[in-house]
Every structure is written in structure tokens, then in C-alpha cells.
Design a protein around this ligand. Sequence first.
Ligand SMILES: Nc1ncnc2c1ncn2[C@@H]1O[C@H](COP(=O)(O)OP(=O)(O)OP(=O)(O)O)[C@@H](O)[C@H]1O
Length: 277
Amino acid sequence: MNRQIPSPYTLGDVALGVPCCVPEAHLQVKDVSVSYGGKKVLSNVSLDIYKGCITALIGPSGCGKTSFLSTLNLLTDHSENAHVTGQLLFDDQDLLRDPVDKLKLRRRIGMVFQNPNPFPLSIWRNLELPLKEHGVRDRKTRQVKIEQALKDVGLWDEVHDRLASPALALSGGQQQRLCIARALVLEPEILLMDEPCSALDPIASGVVEELILRLRGRYTVVIVTHNLAQARRLANYAGFFWMTERVGKLVEFGQCRNLFETPIHALTAAYISGAKG
Ligand SMILES: Nc1ncnc2c1ncn2[C@@H]1O[C@H](COP(=O)(O)OP(=O)(O)OP(=O)(O)O)[C@@H](O)[C@H]1O
């Protein structure tokens, strides 16, 4: 079941995975709160991230979506003033309590950021570097993985004859797909995406969106987006965050269609109708 991509963009021949059916928790978030410098910005969030599904996180600016996303692969540890409490259950481990090898964790839970941020190296080196860092020593294996990742994001046909060219010479949309390939080349189980389309023009954004849809079933995806139409197009599950007295809270979480069509909470209804936020 391949989706048609508008010309001139093409995506690789990737099998569209099984859409989410029986939800199985891949990552369980229990009572997670985030503070910076002692000031709480996110309070007591609990939800399950379901395997093979796309979960969209929506809500107004400043309500803690990015902070929440960053806790999921412990990126918040890089902020000296950040403090996270609660439980993050992944593969029989509580990531917030048990000793965790963060390099290994980030191979399993990858992240793509808002602004495309390729390394100032060649297209090839952008993908080779993480593989080397994660101990993939065999050259041929690296070659196979790099080619596959570029095919998965639909870049292979566009760049296979200029792999030694600087990644920064690619268009913004191509750079973002390269960054997604850089995450995928490590074969993560979960991919965290922080507004991956917001810096792109509508056509490039559409291509990245199609690509994200193709990941469904093969990967568990958590995406922060301000674009409600995009959340609705992409996600199986959605969480709506809101800020009360300057602290973010999860107001509603559930199947995306239900959240948009029959929201339970009046705030959710007001936000998605545009009356609030
Ligand atoms: N490293 C940090 N140090 C101090 N405060 C921070 C830090 N990172 C985020 N914050 C604060 O935490 C709050 C939540 O920010 P966050 O970026 O998580 O929200 P958001 O919902 O993702 O916002 P946006 O949609 O604008 O990206 C904000 O008040 C922000 O200023």
C-alpha cells in the first residue's frame, strides 16, 4: 500500500507498516513533572506511548510539550537546571531511576529537531558518523544501512550521485529528511519529533509529512506540532497540553479522531475550535 507522493518528490520504496490496531504500550509515562531551576513547568503527566503508532502532542506555546518530549530520551539531562520526577517505564526499566546507558538509549529512542541541523560534513558522513559512534565497524554494513536510510526518507534518488557533497548545500526540506535519515540509520524503536515541519515550506512540509506517515507501524513516533490539521492527518493518538498558572498539564489524551471530533474536556474543544489558545 504505497502512497502517491506529488512529483517531483519521490519517496523510497518503503512498505507501509501495519497501522496501529491493538494498542501496546511501548513507553509508559507516570506522573512525570519537569522543573527548571526549581520552577515547575510541567505537572504530573501520565500517558502511554503506543507501539507502532503516531502520537501527536498539541497545545499552545510554553505549555511544556518540548520539555515533555525531551524527557522521553533523557535529553533534559543536558539542561543543568532541569529536574524530572515520576516514572518512565521502557523495557522493564524506569529510565528516571535505574542506571541507563544514555548512548544506547538514544540509539533506541531517536530525536529529530525543529530546525534541520545536519553536521557541516558531507551527506555520507552525516550518516556514517552516528553509525561509527555506535560501534558499527564493518564498512559494508554501514554502506547498506546508509543506503537504506536514504531510501527510507526518499533522498536516495536525489543525492546518490553526490554523496560526498556538503549536506548544508541541500534544500531545507532535504536537510530535514537527511536528519530523519540520521536518526533512522541507527534503527531506533521510537522516534521523537519536535515540530519537524515548522521550518519548511508547504511542499517540503508535505513530503516530510508523507514520510512520517510511512514510518507508522515500523516505528513508534511521538511528534510535537502546532499544526492541528497535521496532527489530525498523521496521528493515531493525541495529547492536548494546556498551561494553568504557568504550569503545563496534560488535559486530554486519547485516540486522535476522538480528541478532535468528540473532545471530552471543554478546554480541548475550545482549543481545537480556535476559540482558545
Ligand atoms: N532549559 C530551560 N531553562 C529554563 N526554562 C526552560 C528551559 N526550557 C524550557 N523552559 C521553560 O519551560 C516552559 C515550557 O517550555 P517548552 O519549550 O517545553 O514549551 P512548549 O510547549 O514546547 O513551547 P513551544 O510550543 O513554544 O515550543 C517555558 O516557560 C520555557 O521558558
